[in-house]
Design a protein around this ligand. Structure first.
Ligand code: CFM
Length: 539
């Protein structure tokens, strides 16, 4: 573990004022192993420095937009000025498929109290109640979720007491989230707030015993571009029953019943690890980290489920599914690899994809030059083992930490301690664990937390990667450098990229983007002959 500032950190931060440069340098590391195999310490989950152009989102975005939004039949109402609801209106391409045409699907709606100045001055609780009544009349949902935006916290509207009153009045489940945009340093705070409220108000409401021999929940999968459909299909073919997904292609009923599953699979650790932990403590359901991005990671994740349930028939079925799928994967991979081998990429995305998608690039022989999260915590970079050493600052303390104890009636250990130890040891299963991004990256690769626009451009100029992965905010700025930019939040309307079929889609997409030179032909006005420019301006 080295504390020395790498040269690249000095280079990327040299234009900043000295103090800012020093702070930013702590968020830029080169992945070099210490003698004991440890990775460098990175500063993460801290406030973005003023003046830096960040790509982060807000707490409300993490709560409403990310964790709860994808569920199809919890009716979401944004309490706030209209802009917040408008900009969180299904912009992430979450998909959902109600079982029948008569089943509710609210995912296409954006409901808001549309607060005006008058409500800011005199309070918005009355307007919120009226909105909930109106929404109930229109949609007759089983559950309504209320999301607070910044002004709600500033003026002190009590969304929780409104929720309690409306629950009583309407006889349905109504719950609120104090997820004002400013609550935390990024959307990560919103994930935690969403996890807490799901745990308090939804999980565990329905004790009926679900059918199926191998029952799991899929945590942290939001069905962007149809990824969850691919994963569901794989599980179905293997004979594994998903009780609930949090929250892609999910419904309220499944969430209420999710504590009856025997295993939790955690896909996006950042956004949902709190629910996984709390379900284990309260109900005794172990959780394991999985990754369905990349064909090899998908096969490995399926095998983990087989080992966990330790059933030969299940293991055989899983092997059969993997074997069937790998034929097409190998064919596509060989073809694409012949053109992509040795090409380079950088990934700066969210809180899990910058890690997960590295596996896909490696499968086609590409090299990762640099990667980073927008809002990951140190454990997402360095692994969960560093959690005890993370200093809890005032911003994190601001978010409620629920005290959870085993449920006196419903706690049921799914495995003995010996069985769990065996799984962790023999099968290297990441039980209650996430090794993090850096231990799985190669030596010398650059890792940057909450990268700024300036640092992005410095990286592009210095390393000229063949492709850059980010989101819509960065996309066109990157492409003006002549470098194709693949969105890994919305998938640029492509996908699915999960599972085996998803891997094939991704190989082809990257192959296509690397093969088309269109962005390198772009010539910005400032790159043209300045005489011509002056003449054009004079015209
Ligand atoms: Fe998890 Fe996500 Fe992500 Fe995320 Fe997100 Fe997202 Fe993301 Mo955009 S929950 S951390 S807050 S995998 S919206 S579905 S793509 S930044 S890497």
């Amino acid at each position: 573990m080295s504390t020395e500032i790498p040269e690249i950190a000095n280079e990327l931060t040299q234009v900043y004022p000295k103090k800012i440069a020093q702070r930013r340098a702590e968020q830029i590391v080169v992945n070099r192993r210490g003698e004991d195999g440890s990775v460098p310490v990175i500063r993460a989950n801290v406030r973005t420095l003023p003046g830096i152009i960040t790509q982060r989102g807000c707490t409300y975005a993490g709560c409403k937009g990310v964790v709860i939004g994808p569920s199809r039949d919890i009716l979401s109402i944004t309490h706030g000025p209209i802009g917040c609801a408008f900009y969180s209106w299904l912009t992430r391409r979450n998909q959902t498929r109600p079982p029948t045409a008569d089943d509710p699907n609210f995912i296409n709606y954006a409901l808001s109290t549309d607060m005006q100045e008058e409500n800011i001055v005199f309070g918005g609780e009355k307007k919120l109640k009226a909105a909930i009544r109106e929404a109930f009349q229109l949609f007759k949902p089983k559950a309504i979720a209320i999301f607070s935006t910044c002004p709600v916290g500033l003026i002190g509207d009590d969304v929780h007491s409104v929720a309690r009153a409306m629950k009583e009045e309407l006889g349905i489940n109504v719950f609120g989230f104090s997820c004002e945009g400013y609550r935390g340093v990024s959307q990560s705070a919103g994930h935690h707030i969403a996890n807490n409220a799901l745990f308090k108000n939804v999980i565990g409401l329905d004790d009926s015993v679900p059918e199926g021999k191998f029952k799991i929940n899929m945590l942290g999968e939001y069905n962007i571009g149809g990824d969850a459909f691919v994963i569901e299909n794989l599980f179905e073919r293997c004979g594994i029953k998903i009780i609930s997904t949090f929250s892609g292609n999910s419904d309220y009923k499944g969430m209420c019943n999710s504590h009856m599953a025997d295993l939790n699979l955690v896909m996006c650790h950042r956004s949902i690890n709190y629910v996984a932990e709390m379900m284990e403590t309260k109900f005794g359901i172990p959780w394991i980290k999985v990754n369905f991005i990349g064909a090899e990671s998908t096969a490995k994740s399926l095998r983990k489920v087989g080992e966990y349930f330790d059933d030969q028939e299940l293991k055989d079925r899983i092997e059969q599914v993997i074997a069937e799928e790998m034929v097409a994967v190998e064919k596509a991979r060989q073809d694409v690899r012949s053109r992509c081998e040795g090409k380079t990429t950088m990934l700066f995305v969210g809180g899990s994809r910058a890690h997960h998608y590295q596996t896909l690039f490696k499968e086609i022989g590409m090299k990762v030059l640099a990667a980073g999260y927008e809002f990951g915590h140190r454990d997402d970079y360095e692994g969960r083992r560093v959690i005890p050493t993370i200093k809890v600052d005032a911003d994190s303390r601001n978010i409620e930490q629920l005290t959870v104890t085993p449920d006196p009636k419903r706690f049921r250990p799914r495995k003995s301690q010996e069985e769990l130890a065996k799984l962790a040891g023999e099968f290297e299963m990441e039980l209650r664990d996430y090794v993090g991004m850096m231990p799985q990256m190669d030596e010398g690769e650059i890792v940057i937390d909450d990268i700024s626009q300036h640092e992005t451009e410095m990286l592009l100029a210095k390393y000229k990667p063949d492709i850059f992965c980010a989101g819509i905010k960065e996309k066109y700025a990157v492409q003006k450098w002549g470098i194709p930019c693949k969105q890994l939040h919305s998938y640029d309307y492509g996908g699915p990229y999960a599972g085996f079929v998803g891997a094939i889609n991704f190989y082809h997409e990257i192959d296509r983007m690397l093969g088309i030179k269109v962005w390198s032909y772009v010539c910005a006005p400032w790159q043209q002959d300045s005489e011509n420019l002056r003449a054009a301006a004079a015209d």
